[in-house]
Write a protein that binds this ligand. Structure first.
Ligand code: PLP
Length: 432
C-alpha cells in the first residue's frame, strides 16, 4: 500500500509542508529530554506559565469549579454557538477590560462570541475558512507564532505577504505593515491582516500612539479587509506606555470596509491551555442591525458545526459559574492578578539582566508584554543552531527562523523560568 496515493491535494500539501519537528512542542520535548540528563537545566521553551517550583500555574477557583461538575455538566453536548450563559459572561468579561470610553462602542459594533473547539487555533481556522479562499492574500508579521503558518499558509494555502514587525533596533514599527496595506489595496480585491499582540515570539505590544497611527491607515482602506486579531496573550503588559487590553475596540467602528475578527480563549487568559476552548467575535466598521449581527454569528456557528462541531462543555459550565457568581468572579480575578504579578516580576528581572549584560551575537528586542523575551541574531548563525547549542549548555529555547522573510531569532519563555533562575538563563544565553 502506498498511503500517499490515498491523499487529497490538501493532504499531500500538509504532508509535504507541515513540519511538526520544528515547532515549540518539538523543542519542548527536546528540552524535557535534556532536563532528565542535566541537573539545573532551565526549560524556557513553552508558553505556559509555571509556578516557582515548575508546576503549571492554574487558577484554584476554576480548578475547584471543574471538580464540582456533574457527569451531565461535563459529558452532555454543548450548544453549537457556545453555552449561552458562558458566551454572555465572556463578552462582558472581555469588555470590562477596555477603557470605559470604548465599552459602549465595543458592544454596539460586535457580535456575541461563538465558541470554537480546539482553542484559539480552532477559532483562527474557522474564521479564515469562512472569509478566505486558497490563494487569497493575508499580511502577516515575519515575527509570528509558527502554527499560524500551518493553519493559514500550509493547510488553507492562503497567500502569505509578510511585513516586518520590528525595525533593526528591535522596536515595533508599523511602517512596513502600512506600506503593505497600501500595496495590497492596489493589487487585491480583498485581503486579510493577521495581528497578534502581545506578539509571540517577540513579546511586543504597541503604545496608544502607535495604534493611533494604525487607526488612521484603517480609516483610509477602500476594499474589503479582514483583521484577524489573535488575542492569545491579551491583558499581559508590563509597561505603562503599552496598551494592556485587546486592540479590538480600537479597530472597530472606523471603516465599513474593515471587519475585525477577535480570536481569544481560556488558554492563556484563564491559564487553561488544555481546556481547548476558543472564542470568535466579529467586529464591524459601522453600526449594523441586531438581525444582521445574528446572521453573521450564525454563519460562524455553521462553520464550526461543519468543521469541529461544538466545543467542550465542562469548561464552559465551570467558566460560566466562575464569571457569573460575583464572589467567585472577584476571587478568580485576584488569582489572575497574582499570576500576572509573578510574570511581571520575571519580566522585570529578565529586562534588568538583559540590560546589564552584552552579547556580540544576540540582540534583545524591545519586549514589553506577554510571556516571552526575544533575541534577534546579529551573526550569520541560524537560530536553530543557537538553540541546539543553548540546549547543550542547559537552557531550552525555541528558534524562530524563516529564510524567506529574514526571521532569525531565539525566544525565551520567561513565563516558565523561576525568578531565581532568570539571571542564570540570561548568563547561558549570553555565553553563546
Ligand atoms: C499567538 C498565539 N496564538 C494562538 C495560540 C494557540 O492557542 P490555543 O492553544 O488556544 O489554540 C498560541 C499558543 O501558543 C499563540 O502563541
Amino acid at each position: 500500500m502506498i498511503f500517499r496515493d490515498f491523499l487529497s491535494k490538501r493532504g499531500k500539501h500538509i504532508e509535504d509542508n507541515v513540519d511538526l519537528s520544528a515547532g515549540t512542542l518539538a523543542w519542548n520535548l527536546r528540552a524535557k529530554k535534556k532536563a532528565k540528563e542535566m541537573s539545573g537545566f532551565i526549560n524556557a521553551t513553552i508558553g505556559s506559565a509555571t509556578e516557582e517550583d515548575g508546576k503549571l500555574m492554574v487558577l484554584p477557583t476554576l480548578v475547584e469549579e471543574l471538580r464540582k461538575l456533574t457527569g451531565d455538566q461535563i459529558f452532555s453536548y454543548a450548544n453549537m454557538r457556545g453555552e449561552n450563559e458562558f458566551v454572555q459572561a465572556w463578552k462582558k468579561d472581555t469588555i470590562d477590560t477596555y477603557p470605559s470610553y470604548l465599552q459602549e462602542e465595543a458592544k454596539t459594533f460586535s457580535t456575541l462570541p461563538i465558541t470554537a473547539c480546539g482553542g484559539l487555533t480552532g477559532g483562527l481556522m474557522i474564521s479564515a475558512q469562512v472569509l478566505f479562499d486558497k490563494g487569497d492574500t493575508v499580511l502577516a508579521p515575519n515575527s509570528r507564532w509558527g502554527n499560524i503558518d500551518n493553519v493559514f499558509f500550509k493547510n488553507l494555502q492562503l497567500k502569505e505577504s509578510t511585513y516586518d514587525l520590528l525595525d533593526n533596533e528591535g522596536n515595533l514599527n508599523f511602517d512596513d505593515l502600512i506600506s503593505q496595506i497600501q500595496r495590497a489595496e492596489k493589487e487585491e480585491k480583498k485581503f486579510g491582516i493577521y495581528l497578534n499582540f502581545p506578539n509571540n515570539p517577540s513579546g511586543i505590544s504597541p503604545s496608544f500612539e502607535e495604534v493611533k497611527k494604525f487607526q488612521e491607515v484603517i480609516e483610509e482602506i477602500s476594499i474589503p479587509t479582514t483583521i484577524f486579531l489573535d488575542d492569545a496573550y491579551e491583558g499581559c503588559a508590563y509597561e505603562d506606555s503599552v496598551i494592556e487590553h485587546s486592540l479590538f475596540p480600537h479597530l472597530i467602528g472606523l471603516n465599513e470596509d474593515v471587519i475585525t475578527i477577535k480570536v481569544d480563549g481560556v488558554s492563556k487568559r484563564y491559564f487553561a491551555y488544555g481546556a481547548r476552548l476558543g472564542l470568535v467575535t466579529v467586529g464591524f466598521g459601522e453600526e449594523i442591525s441586531d438581525e444582521e449581527k445574528n446572521k453573521v454569528r450564525e454563519l460562524m456557528a455553521k462553520a464550526t458545526r461543519t468543521n469541529t462541531s461544538s466545543a467542550p462543555k465542562g469548561i464552559q459550565v465551570a467558566m460560566s459559574h466562575v464569571l457569573n457568581d460575583s464572589e467567585k468572579n472577584k476571587q478568580v480575578h485576584k488569582e489572575k492578578t497574582r499570576n500576572t504579578s509573578i510574570l511581571e516580576e520575571r519580566y522585570n528581572h529578565m529586562k534588568k539582566f538583559v540590560g546589564e549584560k552584552e552579547s556580540s551575537i544576540l540582540q534583545p528586542v524591545g519586549f514589553n508584554s506577554g510571556f516571552f523575551g526575544y533575541f534577534q541574531i546579529k551573526s550569520k548563525q541560524q537560530a536553530s543552531e543557537i538553540s541546539h547549542k543553548l540546549l547543550e549548555k542547559g537552557l531550552g529555547t525555541v528558534p524562530f527562523e524563516n529564510s524567506k522573510n529574514g526571521l532569525n531569532g531565539v525566544r525565551v519563555a520567561f513565563c516558565s523560568i523561576s525568578e531565581k533562575n532568570i539571571e542564570k538563563a540570561v548568563d547561558i544565553l549570553y555565553s553563546i
